[in-house]
Write a protein that binds this ligand. Structure first.
Ligand code: 13P
Length: 252
């Protein structure tokens, strides 16, 4: 049995004070949902304060990126070594990083390796563009991203995968539950082709892209989908709580 997980990617939102207020607005409710793991991924600058605020609770904390080197002359970067005392999770390979910061599959692979070595749990994002989807290349792209991203990495359950079709991110045009279920089923088949089957079947795979309190059940009803990576709706306390509540209900 894979435990359902709802992660919030706050992206470049919330000042230090706003982040604390947002967590305070959600915390009491979130810790009440025992059947669902929750992970909050604020900007770097809030990791320290939120790690204190969430200490001793069941709510996980994650970063949104990191560099693969341990330390050194890499101005502006943050390493796994720096993150591991503050949080347990790190989002890697998000399409916004690939698109705006030129991250390649090879770079994502180096980051995943470094995160795992440091004991962090990567939330590894994959997904096709609108054109790739329209031209029937979704499976090809997903297979390539999964195989390159996990190249040289032995089977581990210390990784979470998020299927985020680029055309669904921030557009209000989510995939349908069936579409996401199919793509995630394909991702699982790909995992089974590179890793031992029981291990591949234990990996949690999330859907991300315009998830809201209104459409979450459509996704988590799919047996292949273990939860969601939520963007915009994760910085609205009531909406995020509603997403977690409905996931708990469907998956219980
Ligand atoms: P939205 O939920 O805002 O579409 O963002 C999804 C996402 O990119 C999560 O990582």
């Amino acid at each position: 049995m894979r435990r359902p997980l709802i992660a919030g990617n706050w992206k470049m939102n919330t000042t230090a004070d706003e982040a604390i207020n947002l967590v305070n607005d959600m915390l009491t409710e979130l810790i009440g949902f025992t059947g669902v793991d929750c992970v909050l991924c604020p900007p770097f600058i809030s990791l320290q304060s939120l790690s204190k605020l969430l200490k001793g609770t069941s709510i996980g904390l994650g970063a949104q990126n990191m560099y693969y080197k341990e330390k050194g002359a890499f101005t502006g970067e943050v390493s796994a070594l720096m993150l591991k005392d503050l949080c347990r999770f790190v989002i890697l390979g998000h399409s916004e990083r690939r698109q705006y910061f030129c991250e390649t599959d090879a770079a994502v692979n180096q980051k995943i390796k470094a995160a795992l070595e440091a004991g962090l749990v990567p939330i590894f994002c994959v997904g096709e563009s609108f054109e790739q989807n329209e031209t029937g290349r979704t499976d090809e792209i997903l297979s390539m991203q999964i195989k390159s991203g996990l190249s040289g990495i032995g089977a581990t359950d210390q990784i979470i995968i998020a299927y985020e079709p680029i055309w669904a991110i921030g557009t209000g045009k989510a995939a349908t539950g069936a579409q996401a279920g199919l793509a995630i089923g394909f991702i699982r088949e790909t995992l089974c082709s590179i890793w031992e089957k029981t291990r591949a079947n234990s990996i949690r795979i999330l859907y991300g892209g315009s998830v809201t309190g209104t459409n979450i059940t459509e996704f988590v009803k799919q047996p292949q989908i273990d939860g969601a990576l939520v963007g915009g709706a994760s910085i609205k306390a009531a909406e995020f709580i509603s997403i977690v509540r409905q996931t708990a209900l469907v998956k219980s």
